[in-house]
Design a binder for this molecule. Structure first.
Ligand SMILES: N[C@@H](CCC(=O)N[C@@H](CS)C(=O)NCC(=O)O)C(=O)O
Length: 202
């Protein structure tokens, strides 16, 4: 039984829950109220020194970083279709996993944290900066989805779960990209049962 440190509105937790649910792996959640600082206690810092969710516990194995958790689960359970070993496909999966973390993630935080979760204290400059960068990133994503159903081909992989988790988060701020390639892809990911189960009840 996996233990997953969790928050219902975390885009990083969402991708992990989506995979666990989709492939029906048993797990228990440990909910941390980030808004109340429950992730900042010495007890949780000992589990994840970054004081962030998700963290996955698998017996003695403890992993943080959502995409690393996805890779771990795929390799451990030989989820070939979710993390294909064929090199040219694997390269694309890795590319989008890293693009999501290195390019899209901060933009999502700038926009959604400040527009939705910080209320009156939201940093308006961060929202504007995020929206400006999102324009370029949207073109990159739309281009990557040209002539393909999913990011690495015609079947979904963990790259889709990871990137779509961020696109859903943008929708909370009414900022999800509206390019046809992206909306059609997001609809396809939205049909994956595990992904649906990972969405918060908004
Ligand atoms: N790179 C990390 C980011 C995790 C992350 O930013 N988690 C957020 C929730 S979505 C968090 O725990 N924030 C609390 C904080 O940073 O203080 C991952 O992919 O797991």
């Amino acid at each position: 039984m996996y233990i997953l440190y969790y928050h219902p509105y975390s885009q990083h937790v969402r991708r992990v829950v989506a995979l666990l649910e989709e492939v029906k792996l048993p797990y228990e959640t440990r909910s941390l109220a980030l808004e109340a600082g429950e992730h900042l206690t010495p007890e949780y810092r000992a589990i994840n020194p970054n004081c962030q969710v998700p963290t996955l516990l698998d017996g003695d194995v403890k992993i943080y970083e959502s995409n690393a958790i996805l890779r771990y689960l795929c390799l451990k359970h030989e989820l070939e279709s979710w993390f294909p070993s064929q090199l040219n496909i694997r390269a694309l999966v890795e590319q989008w996993l890293d693009w999501n973390q290195c390019r899209l993630a901060q933009v999502v935080v700038d926009i959604v944290l400040n527009k939705v979760f910080m209320g009156d204290k939201g940093d308006q400059a961060a929202i504007a900066r995020g929206l400006e960068k999102l324009t370029t990133l949207t073109e990159v994503l739309s281009d990557g989805l040209k002539n393909r159903q999913f990011l690495a081909g015609d079947t979904p992989t963990i790259a889709d779960l990871s990137v779509a988790s961020n696109i859903f988060q943008l929708s909370l701020a009414q900022a999800a990209p509206q390019q046809p390639n992206i909306t059609a892809w997001f609809d396809r990911v939205g049909k994956i049962e595990g992904f649906q189960k990972a969405l918060p009840k908004v």
